[in-house]
Design a binder for this molecule. Sequence first.
Ligand code: 15L
Length: 270
Amino acid sequence: MTARILITGAAGGVGTLMRPRLARADRVLRLLDIAAVPPAADGERVETVQASITDMAAMEGACSDVDAVIHLGGHSLERPWPDMLETNINGTYTVLEAARRRGVRRVVLASSNHAVGFVPRVEGQRASDYLFPRPDTYYGVSKVAVEALGSLYADRYGMEIICIRIGSCFERPKDVRMLATWLSPDDGARLFEACLAAPAPGFRIVWGVSDNTRRWFSLREARALGYEPQDDAERFAAEILGERGVPDPADPALRYLGGVWCGPDFDTAV
Ligand code: 15L
């Protein structure tokens, strides 16, 4: 049977990386973004929707005849509070409420390491799943709210909600911290597939990270869902350390899970 998966934020960074990787012969991807989504290529089983995740009528329409939602939409960097409130928090409420109204039972929510960014990093230890929130920015607060909304919709309405605290999902790690926090695009797709396929997950919070040699985060809960990472940022280590130099262990960028986002000067200018 053909499944239809709605992906919000489909024209964004992670959405663009996931589009080809989540394509399957027995699946239609409904790609939604406030920006124009590139149209379906020949043979691609894709529907495109240009709409805001804060528009309830549009989101209800987008959730019609959908088997699951992957919610990536929203700001992915620090922004002034009103932007976070409207797009990330109200947007996630709207997505979850529209999904509920249209009977979509499973929603995968993109959370972030910045929900717990102010957790100090302990050398040789991996941050556990379900860490209590310690956001490092308004963006981090918005991701805590995303998780809280997911928890509410799971408990109140019996929906299946998986929040992924994504590390750094890019084609390749960009700096020394990302040798620990990298989620390769291929592993990202493996993790989303596990989230879509897991039987009766209820509510979960998992780390989204590859099996990096220098990994800071637990993979226990993600593996329990069926995720089997296959990439390791270590293959980029020589190149990145060559470019950036070996870091001072006292470097503030390595002191907290959130890296430079925890610095006193980190603001909306990023
Ligand atoms: C995030 O949540 C951001 O969306 C992304 O741009 C990266 O900066 C990432 O975290 C990170 O911490 O590397």
